[in-house]
Write a protein that binds this ligand. Structure first.
Ligand code: ATP
Ligand code: MG
Length: 322
């Protein structure tokens, strides 16, 4: 089946000040990815690797410097503002369930808002709000409540309902369960999985938590300093990580099985080595300063993603040199 979303060579830089001078920060660099309809693409990587920037480029909240985006067979310009019709096809759910909601709007008003913007009639809005509230497991009586009267998990259900109100094909979830307690996290993940089946939704699911990503994702892309270093099916990637960075990330994931757990506390960064800055990323392979296998070649030549199996790519000289 044709891909629902195809990103081709997307780059996004920011003009910043660094040490009193103007500098260019490379947040997303030549990223190419595809997402099949009805599936979930997970995106993982350490803080600052460009996950949210990429998410914002996908849904049109950021203009990209360069690159192409094909959605549902149609080209969308990545450097121009989207039309309302284009915007409505993709929705985003953010990390913080509270700040995404207007504290002075009732739950039903919040969910109705995107429908009003699109000019839906009152009766359509009322019906749609009731439907999505039911689908995300919010009792009808909550319609007239305010965000502060809800729990964190319930507020995130409201955000999900609002994202679904316009019946988008793609939902980008950026750390959507990261702020929730573990038990609530599991409930919301199950809800997302059920909604995907019910609505035939396609997800881009972003998290720094590899366990959470594995739970929901069919395919996974691993980002490091703005680039995708490895992608493939979740099963292959977790069972047999190929890129040294993916190996490092997975080796520091606390296992969910208490019998296997050897660490006292969870580690959420790959190791204690300092992550280089995206303002002045290392030459050649951006990961080489932390890579145990780095050679001279890695400092000189940027590794391009190469195919290493069905739907599987790795950008690493270990796989490009014989
Ligand atoms: N509006 C902006 N202006 C300048 N720099 C930015 C802006 N947004 C992001 N950045 C920088 O771009 C890089 C990528 O940031 P981004 O928020 O995409 O990372 P992330 O992977 O989502 O991190 P986290 O896991 O902490 O959410 C970082 O170095 C960040 O400081
Ligand atoms: Mg982020």
């Amino acid at each position: 089946m044709a891909d629902l979303l195809e990103l081709i060579d997307i780059s996004k830089t920011f003009d910043v000040r660094s040490g009193g001078r103007r500098a260019t920060l490379s947040a997303v660099d030549h990223v190419s990815l595809t997402v099949r309809p009805g599936t979930t693409l997970g995106i993982v990587g350490e803080s600052g690797c460009g996950k949210s920037t990429l998410a914002r480029v996908i849904v049109g909240l950021h203009l990209a410097d360069d690159g192409e985006l094909v959605f549902d067979g149609k080209q969308m310009l990545t450097g121009k503002r989207r039309t309302p019709g284009e915007l409505k096809q993709m929705q985003m759910v953010f990390q913080d369930p509270s700040s995404a909601l207007n504290p002075r709007a009732t739950i039903s008003e919040s969910i109705a808002f995107p429908l009003q913007v699109q000019g839906a009639s009152k009766s359509v809005i009322a019906e749609r709000v009731a439907t999505v509230m039911r689908d995300v497991g919010l009792p009808a009586a909550y319609a007239s409540r305010y965000p502060h009267q809800l729990s964190g998990g319930q507020r995130q259900r409201v955000n999900i309902a609002r994202a679904l109100a316009l019946q988008p094909k793609l939902v980008v979830l950026d750390e959507a369960v990261s702020a929730l307690d573990k038990s609530i996290q599991a409930q919301v993940l199950n809800l997302l999985s059920d909604l995907q089946d019910e609505y035939g939704l396609t997800y881009v699911f972003i998290s720094h938590d590899l366990n959470v990503v594995r739970y929901l994702s069919d395919d996974v892309a691993v980002m490091y300093l703005g680039q995708v270093v490895e992608q493939g099916s979740a099963q292959q990637l977790y069972d047999e990580p190929k890129h040294p960075y993916t190996q490092l990330l997975l080796s520091s994931v606390p296992t969910l099985d208490p019998a296997e757990s050897t660490r006292d506390e969870p580690v959420d960064t790959a190791d204690s080595t300092e992550i280089p800055s995206p303002i002045d990323p290392p030459s050649g392979c951006r990961f080489r300063t932390r890579c145990p296998f780095a050679t001279d070649l890695c400092a000189q030549v940027v590794p391009v993603p190469i195919q290493v199996g069905e739907g599987r790519t790795v950008a690493c000289h270990l796989y490009t040199t014989p």
